[in-house]
Ligand binder design. Structure first.
Ligand code: ADP
Ligand code: ADP
Ligand code: MG
Length: 462
């Protein structure tokens, strides 16, 4: 059994992990940058080790320093959270080589799934539907143009190593495809050090629907239901909810089965997510498998009552899943919004700075995940997400009302945030009627920002 775990992350996910370890009777050692030494997780962890300077390259991405910190503090395991090194196969392997359990799948699985084109080929072989596109990698722009012409526009040119919406470009015509290929490849090389590219047909107005998976070392794989993450800006999720209203019970079952097949094909162990796009006719296609705890994992926790981080730790300790598929009964409706320090009025530019005052909502069915407190600083060095607000209620309408009330109560002073913007979405007719897809934000931002005075007044913003 683990006695001590190194937390190789920061912010709200570090808090989430530390809280879980406390409940499990495990000590946490927070590995943080010099920028985060006075952060909330640094205060809450049993021990804190400074592993380097503010820029992530020297700290949160510094593999040697993290392993050194884990060994020096006699940790048994490392939890990577999300982002940073969470999907880095080399880091997972180095942990194992140094006698540290990496809390996640093994290095080979991370490598397999992290290579998105490879994962796609594996899914094709396993009978999981994938988006029509290239067979294998696309070596150059000439071949990219040929393939795009064959499958038809628009296409998405994707980096096999991509993540967080980076290394991806859209092309609507043969004129665009060469430039798009060059741009996507250049971005992939600078962000991931890998310019391997593939092409998918762009599915028009899809929903992003993903399934949460848990797998143990005994080959048991359970799916914990889906999340609709279609409200995205620049391919980054902004609002997530479950259950997905567009799924009929029959389609949900088909997709859940495909998700389990996908996890089985990858011999998946730990918590993971199988992502799909679903088109307007209800056809679904695998896009990728994420081998980490996700930002939006709390949605599934609220629906199922299962603590996903706790299960990740138990699985890493070699324990069997304590439930079977027939024990999983998601209930009610959950919505999560990501609160970011950013300025929607100015292109969602990040807005770092000191939090002069913060008040979080509470009450039944309201959950906050955050590391922010009055007087804390939002660093310009890291992601702009400052909190997740999750509400759970009996149905979707009730959840929306609860979300409105919670957003009215939530107060953040000192930095710009997207709180009002999210609040207005909770009044948007198309959102209320579930008439949204992954283009919702792009198509509605101008309207939401210009929302006339009366609507804003009605929504309580003026
Ligand atoms: P999720 O699928 O969990 O919603 P996101 O795409 O929002 O994940 O990414 C979660 C976090 O991880 C974000 O802060 C994002 O910037 C970061 N991230 C995602 N993929 C990568 C990657 N390959 N390398 C570095 N950071 C990443
Ligand atoms: P990342 O690794 O950056 O998360 P994904 O392959 O998961 O990249 O794609 C990110 C987002 O882009 C998806 O959530 C979806 O909204 C959109 N997307 C991806 N592939 C397609 C596709 N073939 N057609 C339409 N939209 C897509
Ligand atoms: Mg994705």
């Amino acid at each position: 059994m683990f006695r001590k775990i190194l937390i190789a992350n920061r912010g709200e996910i570090a808090m989430r992990l530390i809280r879980c370890m406390k409940e499990m009777g495990i000590d946490s050692v927070l590995a943080c940058s010099s920028e985060d030494e006075d952060s909330l997780p640094a205060m809450m962890a049993a021990e804190t080790v400074c592993i380097g300077p503010a820029p992530a390259a020297g700290s949160y991405l510094n593999q040697a320093a993290l392993i050194e910190a884990a060994k020096a503090t006699h940790c048994d395991a490392v939890h990577p959270g999300y982002g940073f090194l969470s999907e880095n196969a080399e880091f997972a392997r180095k942990c194992e080589e140094n006698g540290l359990v990496f809390i996640g799948p093994d290095a080979d699985t991370i490598k397999l799934c992290g290579d998105k084109e490879h994962a796609r080929e594996l899914m094709k072989k396993s009978g999981v539907p994938t988006v029509p596109g290239s067979d294998g990698l696309v070596p150059d722009e000439e071949e990219a143009a040929e393939i795009a012409d064959r499958i038809g526009y628009p296409v998405l040119i994707k980096a096999s190593a991509g993540g967080g919406g980076r290394g991806m470009r859209r092309a609507v015509s043969v004129e665009e495809v060469r430039q798009a290929f060059r741009d996507a490849r250049a971005e992939a090389i600078s962000a991931f050090g890998d310019g391997s590219m593939y092409i998918e047909k762009e599915i028009q107005h899809p929903h992003h629907i993903e399934f949460q998976i848990l797998g143990d070392r005994f080959g048991n794989i359970v799916q914990l239901g889906e999340r609709d993450c279609s409200i995205q800006r620049r391919r980054q999720k902004m609002i997530e909810e479950a259950p997905a209203q567009i799924l009929s019970p029959r389609l949900r079952m088909k997709m859940a089965k495909a998700a389990v097949e996908a996890a089985k094909a990858a011999h998946y162990v730990s918590a993971g997510t199988v992502e799909f796009v679903v088109d307007q006719t209800g056809k679904f296609y695998f896009i990728e498998m994420n081998t980490r705890i996700q930002v939006e994992h709390c949605v599934t926790e609220m629906e199922t009552g299962i603590d996903l981080v706790r299960e990740q730790v138990r699985i890493a300790q070699g324990m069997k899943l304590p439930f079977r598929q027939s024990d999983i009964h998601p209930s009610g409706h959950t919505i999560e919004v990501r609160i970011n320090a950013e300025d929607p009025e100015h292109g969602f530019a990040p807005s770092p700075g000191k939090i002069r005052f913060v008040h979080f909502p509470g009450g039944g069915g309201v959950r906050i995940e955050s590391a922010v407190y009055t007087g804390s600083r939002i660093s310009p060095y890291y992601d702009s997400m400052i909190a997740k607000l999750i509400v759970h209620a009996s149905g979707r309408q009730e959840a929306i009302h609860r979300m409105r009330a919670a957003l009215e109560e939530l107060t953040v002073e000192g930095v710009k945030t997207n709180i009002d913007y999210l609040y207005l979405i909770m009044f948007h007719k198309d959102y209320l009627l579930c008439r949204f897809d992954t283009s919702f934000i792009e198509e509605n931002t101008d309207r939401i920002l210009k929302w006339d005075q009366t609507s804003r007044k009605r929504a309580g913003l003026q």
